[in-house]
Design a protein around this ligand. Sequence first.
Ligand code: ADP
Length: 269
Amino acid sequence: KGPDPDLPVIQKRLELVKRKVLVLSGKGGVGKSTFTTQLAHAFAADPIKQVGVVDVDVCGPSIPRMLSVTEERLHASASGWQPVYASDNLACVSVGLMLEEEGDAVIWRGPKKNGIIKQFLRDVDWGDEGLDILLVDTPPGTSDEHLAVVSSLKLAGIDGAILVTTPQEVSIQDVRRELDFCRKVGIKVLGLVENMSGFSCPNCHKASDIFPPTTGGAKALASEYSVPFLGSVPLDPRLAHCCDRGQSFVEEWPGTPAALGLGKVSQGK
Ligand code: ADP
């Protein structure tokens, strides 16, 4: 296979994006989209920062709900696709913003799926000023197809990846595969985050472990691979509520263990 003819176009389009960060997880449901959107809120809390989110989880797009823009739609213009703005300085694109109705199924495979991801990278007009940071929410998994998507993102000039896992062994195993993959293709790992790291009870304020074997597995993994450990965030039902309403948890519940964890992660990079 020869060089991808779209690559120079993608690189040109993303020239005005200062930092491009992938959010990866081995398994689904570990909080990858939650992290992506909460990080986006954290960066966008600084009004001079322009923040973009690309939801390339084409089969399960959850970013529109988590940024509370499900009613909006992407529009094409002469300069490319116009992203949907969740606030003045927080823009996003997602397959979910192209479907007729929220909840319509997306059953795309292989080339079509990769085609739309490429379009998002190549054809979205992020504005004349560009972006300070672009967060890319990837589909979960370690299948060949998934890895192909991630390596094509690498070619687009990604700065690095944040990996999200829960403390549970199955998730740790999958994220290990993802770490090996990043190493193999040369994607810099900006850090590892442990989500659902115990349960922080909003009533009694006590913390309890949920998943065996023990909370803290991600930290050990980070040191094994010599990558930064960015912090841990406990399960907190208020975080799920905030995500469902498109709110920033750190703004709504400052000082809680989950807010402190999220704050640490967004400052970590
Ligand atoms: P993924 O993107 O990895 O599939 P999501 O971010 O969609 O995972 O999270 C799965 C579900 O778990 C969502 O309903 C989300 O609100 C919830 N969730 C994620 N992290 C937490 C947390 N720390 N506390 C409470 N709920 C969480």
